[in-house]
Write a protein that binds this ligand. Structure first.
Ligand SMILES: [Mg+2]
Length: 259
């Protein structure tokens, strides 16, 4: 087996696509468990709760505990707690973000004059009014955090605006740049390693997106594995720095890892 103690596994495009598990996904996770590997499922999506992902994985026959799942929303709440304590937060986001802020005893307000920190996650109910309030908070020196930078996300209708598009609106209106917690930025990786309690060199990140998952791995000095079941195809990385492992799917990756 490759010399690793922990593994960070991306979800969409790696473990499943939409609501369909990818081939060998449950076997891959079960095999890792059998050899005592520490596992952390990591998603940049801040919309859904950790519990939602636990149930989603469980339904696919993949055992996962809540403490083995890190969303960008959870990572953001942890970051706020560690760096700012319990400031009044103005959130743009859905269940995933609101639940984590509440769980971490971080008070929420929709009154920008009361808030000191703006936290932006993907929000399908976002309104001009909410964005205006957020912009006023930024104009008045509020701290600007973002769960993730993804400009678009794939859907059945095609690529649709993601959190990065909301951030672009606020950047255009205020000239302010957010501090981003999710991949390919480092705060979420630091938290992932702290949860796994492993060193970077002994941790593998597995994902389907070269410019987020693999880039994150390079930046953080993790071992890297690209699976070709999602966003990035082999031809996309022709002239780029190669990850430690490239596999057509999780079965091939398991074979390569267990050599
Ligand atoms: Mg993915």
């Amino acid at each position: 087996m490759v010399d690793i103690e922990g593994i960070i596994i991306d979800l969409d495009g790696t473990i499943y696509r939409g609501n369909t598990p990818l081939p060998f996904a449950s076997e891959f996770v079960n095999n890792l468990r059998k050899i005592g590997m520490k596992i952390l499922f990591l998603t940049n999506n801040s919309q859904r709760t950790v519990l939602y992902y636990k149930h989603k994985l469980n339904k696919m026959g993949i055992k996962a505990e809540e403490n083995e799942i890190l969303t960008s929303a959870k990572a953001t709440a942890i970051y706020i707690k560690e760096h700012y304590g319990s400031p009044w937060v103005f959130p743009i986001g859905e269940d995933g973000l609101l639940t984590e802020l509440t769980k971490h005893n971080i008070p929420i307000t929709y009154d920008w004059e009361m808030a000191s920190l703006l936290c932006v996650g993907y929000d399908t109910n976002v309104t001009y009014y909410k964005l205006k309030q957020a912009a006023l908070l930024l104009e008045n020196g509020g701290i600007f955090l973002a769960c993730n930078p993804d400009k678009t996300l794939p859907s059945e209708e095609g690529n649709i605006p993601g959190n990065g598009a909301q951030l672009a609106f606020l950047k255009a209106a205020t000239g302010r740049e957010p501090y981003i917690i999710g991949k390919p930025h480092m705060p979420i990786v630091k938290e992932a390693l702290s949860i796994l309690n492993t060193s970077a060199e002994k941790t593998l990140i597995v994902g389907d997106r070269y410019d987020t998952d693999i880039l994150t791995g390079f930046r953080a000095n993790l071992k890297t594995a690209l699976v070709l079941t999602g966003a990035t195809l082999e031809k996309d990385i022709k002239n780029k720095k190669k990850p430690d492992f490239i596999a057509r799917n999780l079965e091939e990756l398991w074979i390569k890892l267990s050599r």
